[in-house]
Design a protein around this ligand. Structure first.
Ligand code: SAM
Ligand code: SF4
Length: 475
């Protein structure tokens, strides 16, 4: 039996390498695609079972338009049957863009001498958080380059600062992190600051490609990256986000790689990752990246539907990297979280809130959806989606909420929908323009019938209390 070298191992966990290129390619190449098989696999997922590697291999190989439509319809059905129309909203906040890595796709790479480097001072951080609170945000993800300046203590400090900022009725109730891999002790320090999810994308699960696009810096160590969330787990963080930067290698391989990562968590810790992210490369530097693996819109929407079916109980995060039309389509497949009102330029939330063009020398890449939080909420309401700022499970210590939503009968009707309605009501009272408010109250009214009968009165009573000015009511 093979194990990871000592430096990557976790005490008491049997850490065998879980990404095997040959196994993944064999599964893809051996997949026999028939309509009957695709239907059976979709049915298995609709019956709330995670799919196996060979089953997902069939789905990624099913390229006939009729089968692709079957897969997309399967994802829509799964979303409608299980998750309903809630979409959780958050915003990314870039804390610093110093970076000692050289990721060929990223504007923050150390060799990019045009990049204007900056780390928010404590005062600037506070001002940005205040601006985000003023727009109604309740959930943030803090993002950092990989640099000695961003030690676990520094990260923990910024998290505590964010939680401490209270402006008007505003407050940030959940701070997630997207930062470099740490040691077990480092993760422990960050965990103690009260973070929600720790998110690290492996970028690509293909070792050789990984080495090519990460030629230097700490990130060039594939195994250190791949085993990072195991150390997070050992450091006490069991709320983890995984992801792939699609476009570096064959998307079919990467989808199976993500599945293998999920399998690994389940086998070693009996719990899957909380979320999966699937950004596509944006604004790469000409000549640095092999563009032959770039993922078309058609394949992208396909792969999101496949991920939904493959791991039906894991949260899916879509980001502002994607244009509106793509967002619209994949929302219907069961994306559970999106960012809104996003600004990637460091300090931009406070600096220049009316600014319309991005300065690419200060940020990582260009976003496609630069609408305000209020505009995104408007559009979600128009599409009959229920925007949610819920942070209840995390604050009540109910970890693994996505799994509970999925597996505990009545959980959504008892907790998720009521909390979504209460947080939307709070947003309407504090921040919404009259037109949005009108649409919002109508949607709340309409969704009351989605709540467990025995709780409707209690939810109505809490909605009235929010209208009268109470805050932060949740189940
Ligand atoms: N430095 C940390 C790291 O690399 O994990 C965290 C911050 S990094 C800015 C967050 C993520 O941005 C990366 O994991 C990568 O997937 C994504 N990213 C980098 N360059 C990108 C690009 N050109 N287009 C889209 N996403 C990109
Ligand atoms: Fe640095 Fe992260 Fe960008 Fe790589 S992806 S250059 S590690 S900020």
């Amino acid at each position: 039996m093979k194990f990871y070298p000592e430096k990557y191992r976790i005490p008491d966990v049997s850490m065998q390498p879980f990404i095997d290129d040959n196994e993944i390619w064999d599964s893809i190449n051996k997949a026999e695609v028939t309509k009957e098989k695709v239907e059976q696999i979709i049915e298995k997922s609709l019956n709330k079972n995670r799919l196996s590697l060979s089953e997902v291999a069939v789905l990624v190989q099913a390229s006939d338009p009729e089968l692709v439509e079957l897969i997309k319809q399967g994802a829509r059905t799964l979303k409608e049957r299980i998750y309903g129309k809630r979409i959780v909203l958050f915003a990314p906040l870039y804390v610093g863009n110093y970076c000692s890595n050289n990721c060929q796709y990223c504007g923050f790479r150390t060799s990019n001498k045009d990049m204007i480097r900056k780390t928010l001072t404590k005062d600037e951080l506070i001002k940005n958080v205040e601006a985000l609170e003023d727009s109604g945000q309740k959930r943030l993800i803090l993002v950092y380059g990989e640099h000695r300046n961003y030690s676990p203590e520094f990260i923990a400090d910024t998290v505590r600062t964010v939680y401490d900022v209270k402006k008007g009725h505003g407050e940030i109730r959940r701070v997630n992190i997207n930062a470099a891999p740490l040691t077990i002790d480092g993760f422990r320090i960050v965990h103690e600051a009260g973070i929600g999810t720790y998110q690290i994308f492996n970028e690509t699960y293909h070792n050789e490609t990984y080495k090519k696009v990460h030629p230097s810096g700490k990130k060039s160590d594939f195994e250190w990256r791949l085993t990072s969330l195991d150390r997070a787990m050992e450091g006490g963080i069991d709320d983890l986000g995984i992801g792939v930067l699609f476009g570096l290698y064959d998307w079919r391989f990467e989808v199976l790689g993500l599945l293998r990562h999920v399998n690994h968590f389940e086998a070693c810790y009996n719990i899957g990752p909380h979320t999966i992210s699937f950004p596509r490369i944006k604004d790469y530097s000409e000549g640095k990246i092999d563009t032959s693996y770039f993922v078309s819109d058609e394949d992208f929407t396909r792969l999101v539907a496949i991920l939904r079916l493959a791991v039906p109980y894991t949260g899916l995060i879509l980001t502002a990297r994607e244009p509106d039309a793509i967002r619209k389509e994949v929302l219907s497949f069961g994306v559970s979280q999106i960012d809104a009102g996003t600004k990637l330029e460091i300090g931009a939330y406070a600096d220049d809130l009316e600014k319309e063009t991005q300065n690419l020398n200060k940020e990582q890449f260009k976003i496609n959806d630069d609408r305000t939080l209020s505009a995104v909420i408007d559009e979600l309401l128009d599409g009959d989606y229920l925007p949610s700022f819920c942070t209840a499970c995390y604050r009540k210590g109910r970890t693994g909420e996505h799994f509970m939503e999925f597996s505990v009968p009545g959980f959504i009707k008892r907790f998720c929908t009521p909390n979504a309605l209460l947080t939307l009501a709070e947003y309407i009272v504090d921040y919404a323009k009259p037109k949005t408010a009108e649409k919002g109250w109508r949607l709340i009214e309409k969704n009351l019938n989605q709540i467990d009968d025995s709780f409707v009165d209690e939810v109505k009573e809490r909605l009235e209390r929010i209208k009268k000015g109470e805050h932060d009511l949740y189940f």
